[in-house]
Ligand binder design. Structure first.
Ligand code: KG4
Ligand code: ZN
Length: 337
C-alpha cells in the first residue's frame, strides 16, 4: 500500500510517501515568513501553505519515483493545530482523494509524532512512554497499544518549545528559539544561576513553564542590558538546564510508574541534544531504553502522518468527506474505546 502523508498543522508544509515499510520521500518546507515576528502568524501560515503545497507534493512524488495514480490512500493532519493551516491540508487531501478515488483518513498530529518513533525504529512496540515536546504541546503519554493512548500529564501553561522561543526572544536571539538557545548553551556555565524548576504536584505528570520564563525575564531586567549581553550564554545554559531537568525527571517517573522499559520522544524540543543526553543517561540507570529519532522525524513532517494513516487504512478505517479540522483535538484514549 502506497500512502501519501500530508502535514500542514502549523508552519511546516510537508508531503511524504510511505510504502508500508519504507519512507520513499519526506519533503518539508518550513515557512520563514514568521521569523521577523518571533512567532507563527496564523493568517500568513495558511497563505504560505496554499502557495507551497503543490510544489511540495510534486517534489515528494518525484523523489519517491511515483506518480499520483500510484497512491493507494492518503493521511492528513486534521488537528490539533491552527484552524486555517489545518484547513488547507485537509481540503487538499479531500480533493486529491476524490479525484484519485482513494480513501483518506484524518490523523491526530500528536499521534503522528508517536508513529515517528516506529519509522525511526521498526522494532518499537508498546508499551512505552513518550514525551511530546514542541512549540504547541508538552505532554507525557502512555502508549499501551497502537491507536489508543493515555495522556498522563500535560503543560498547564506554556509548552516547552514556547518557553524556548519566548526566552530566546527576550535574549534578542532569533526565532525559532530552541536551536539558538541550544547552540549558545554549549558555551554557557550551568552554575551561573539556578532558575526555578516547577515540579507542581510531584506525584503528577503536569508541567508548567511560564514561571521559568518570568524568572529569566526578571533576572535580565535586574542585571541590566550590558550584563545580560555579557551572560547570554550562561542564561541560555541555565534555562536549558532547568527545562531539561524537569522534562527528564517527570518522564523517568512516568516510565517507572507505568513499569515500561522503553521511552520515546517527539516534537521539536526532542531535537535538543542536551535533553537527549540527559534522558539517555538518567533512564539508562533505571534500565530503561531511550529511543531518539533523527531530527527530521522529531520535528513536524508528513512521513509520521503517512505511517499513522497506514495503520488505520490497512485496517479499513477511513474518514468521511465531512471531516472538519479540530484545533484542540485530543489523542484517542484507551478508556474511550
Ligand atoms: O514540533 P515542532 O517542529 O513544531 C510544533 O510546534 O508542532 O516544534 C517547534 C518547537 C519550537 O518551539 C522550537 O523552538 C523548538 O521546537 N525547538 C527546539 C530545538 N529545535 C526546535 N527546542 C530546543 N532545542 C532545540 N534544538
Ligand atoms: Zn508537532
Amino acid at each position: 500500500m502506497i500512502v501519501l502523508g500530508i502535514e500542514t498543522s502549523c508552519d511546516d508544509t510537508s508531503c511524504a510517501v510511505y510504502d508500508s515499510t519504507t519512507v520513499l520521500s519526506n519533503i518539508v518546507s518550513t515557512q520563514i515568513v514568521h521569523n521577523s515576528f518571533g512567532g507563527v502568524v496564523p493568517e500568513l501560515a495558511s497563505r504560505a501553505h496554499i502557495t507551497m503545497i503543490d510544489a511540495v507534493l510534486s517534489q515528494a512524488l518525484k523523489e519517491a519515483g511515483i506518480v499520483l495514480s500510484d497512491i493507494d490512500g492518503i493521511g492528513v493532519t486534521y488537528g490539533p493545530g491552527l484552524a486555517g493551516s489545518l484547513l488547507v491540508g485537509l481540503s487538499y487531501a479531500k480533493g486529491l482523494a476524490l479525484s484519485l478515488k482513494v480513501p483518506f483518513v484524518g490523523i491526530n498530529h500528536l499521534e503522528g509524532h508517536i508513529w515517528a518513533n516506529k519509522l525511526s525504529d521498526p522494532d518499537v512496540e508498546p508499551p512505552f512512554i513518550i514525551l511530546l515536546a514542541s512549540g504547541g504541546h508538552t505532554q507525557l503519554v502512555f502508549v499501551g497499544e497502537w491507536g489508543t493512548y493515555n495522556t498522563l500529564g500535560a503543560t498547564r501553561d506554556d509548552a516547552a518549545g514556547e518557553a524556548f522561543d519566548k526566552v530566546a526572544k527576550l535574549l534578542s536571539l532569533g526565532y525559532p528559539g530552541g536551536p539558538h538557545i541550544e547552540r549558545l548553551a554549549k558555551e554557557g556555565d550551568t552554575s551561573y544561576i539556578k532558575f526555578p524548576r516547577a515540579y507542581l504536584d510531584p506525584l503528577k505528570f503536569d508541567f508548567s513553564f511560564s514561571g521559568i520564563k518570568t524568572a529569566v525575564l526578571n533576572h535580565v531586567t535586574n542585571i541590566g542590558p550590558e550584563k545580560a549581553a555579557e551572560h547570554t550564554a550562561d542564561i541560555a545554559a541555565c534555562f536549558q538546564d532547568a527545562v531539561t531537568e524537569v522534562l527528564v525527571k517527570k518522564t523517568c517517573m512516568a516510565a517507572k510508574r507505568m513499569d515500561v522499559r522503553q521511552v520515546c520522544i517527539g516534537g521539536g524540543v526532542a531535537v535538543n541534544s542536551a535533553l537527549q543526553q540527559r534522558m539517555q543517561s538518567v533512564l539508562a540507570k533505571e534500565n530503561i531504553k531511550t529511543l531518539v529519532p533523527p531530527p527530521a522525524l522529531c520535528t513536524d513532517n508528513g512521513a509520521m502522518i503517512a505511517a499513522a494513516a497506514h495503520f488505520y487504512l490497512s485496517r479499513g478505517t477511513a474518514s468521511s468527506m465531512r471531516l472538519a479540522p479540530n484545533v484542540s483535538l485530543n489523542l484517542p484514549r484507551s478508556d474511550q474505546q
